[in-house]
Design a protein around this ligand. Structure first.
Ligand code: NAI
Length: 328
């Protein structure tokens, strides 16, 4: 049997953690034949709650779960990590300005980036889920100079999956027939879900659906504001769907996108599609064996261009703000 893969999960006692950890232990992160060792990282006040989650994980007697350790500091939490899921973050609370939010999260993601740099395994792959995910990933990556930038990613797979679901609903096609969906830009309300390059049973999705009013007034806002709609309905933010998307993100990263298809990931831009180099932006990517490539040569019409630019502008503003705060 294979050696266990070390998976560090931050925010392990939180609500995404509670949906995520059991599925990781069941094999949904890396595949059904790869044992995992969980390294749970929490703040000291939440360690006891994380211990409770660990007790429940034990009680599932998962065949693939090779061990659970709990840590209250990033240095120990990321030691030897092959996969790092950065879920814990400081949420925006009432009256908090954007600068306060960025600086509170900088206080989390800077030391975590440093700890990954110092002690993670050479093959570490990082997914940032905690918001603002793109900019938190930028902060972490910028404090891990010895780790290739391509190892740091931010999660837009939930947005991607939401877009797939909306397209399936509108067209009546099953989700398995929906492909080539792209989320561009920031994981925020400015994100741009691209229908023009998407496909339904191999046919162009925008032409197939042929309803510009739906695209503009329903599809885009529904996908972009889904997080708020879940909070409104459920009374707390998306957790099981966010956990499911995190599993999809990592699974796809390792196991690859299907021939002819792609997925969406927040990654450090190389300048493709006019997104300034260095920003962590969502792109269409193909993946294979833990590597990815941006899909090149897609047609970006005027409608798409304006929306991508607006989201990228927001990312540049966030980068400038964290730079001003000395966080990168
Ligand atoms: P939660 O508040 O239930 O749990 C967060 C956990 O993180 C808490 O247990 C807290 O103690 C822990 N934590 C805080 N600072 C930490 C640190 N420095 N190190 C380790 N752990 C720390 O929040 P929930 O619902 O689990 O969401 C987590 C994050 O994921 C939030 O920032 C949320 O906005 C984000 N999110 C991102 C999505 C995406 O699509 N990218 C989708 C949904 C949520």
């Amino acid at each position: 049997t294979r050696n266990p893969v070390n998976v560090t999960v931050t925010g392990a006692a939180g609500q995404i953690g509670y949906s995520l950890l059991f599925r990781i232990a069941a094999g949904d992160l890396l595949g059904p034949d790869i044992p995992v060792k969980l390294r749970l990282l929490e703040i000291p006040q939440a360690v006891k709650a994380a211990e409770g989650v660990a007790m429940e994980l034990d009680d599932c007697a998962f065949p693939l779960l090779a061990g659970i350790d709990i840590f209250d500091n990033p240095g120990d939490g990321f030691a030897g990590a092959n996969v790092a899921l950065l879920v814990g973050a400081r949420p925006r609370t009432a009256g908090m300005e954007r600068g306060d939010l960025l600086s509170a999260n900088g206080g989390i993601f800077k030391p975590q980036g440093e700890a990954i740099n110092a002690g993670a395994a050479d093959d570490v792959r990082v997914l940032v889920v905690g918001n603002p995910a793109n900019t938190n990933a930028l902060i972490a990556a910028s404090h891990a100079p010895d780790v290739p930038k391509s190892r740091f990613t931010a999660m837009t797979r939930l947005d991607h999956n939401r877009a797939v679901a909306q397209i399936a609903k509108k067209s009546g096609a099953p989700v398995t027939e929906i492909g080539n969906v792209t989320i561009w830009g920031n994981h925020s309300a400015t994100q741009y879900p691209d229908l023009y390059n998407a496909r339904i049973s191999g046919k162009n999705a925008a032409e197939y659906i042929n309803d510009q009013a739906w695209l503009e007034n329903s599809f885009i806002p529904t996908v972009a504001k889904r997080g708020a709609a879940i909070i409104e309905a459920r009374g707390s933010s998306s957790a099981a769907s966010a956990a499911s998307a995190a599993l999809d993100h990592v699974f796809t990263w390792f196991h690859g996108t299907a021939e002819g298809d792609w997925t969406s990931m927040g990654i450090v831009s190389d300048g493709s599609y006019g997104v300034p180099e260095g920003l962590v932006s969502s792109f269409p990517v193909t993946t294979r064996d833990g590597n990815f490539e941006i899909v090149q040569g897609l047609e970006i019409n005027e409608f798409s261009r304006a929306r991508i630019d607006a989201s990228v502008k927001e990312l540049a503003d966030e980068r400038d703000a964290v730079r001003e705060l000395g966080l990168i």
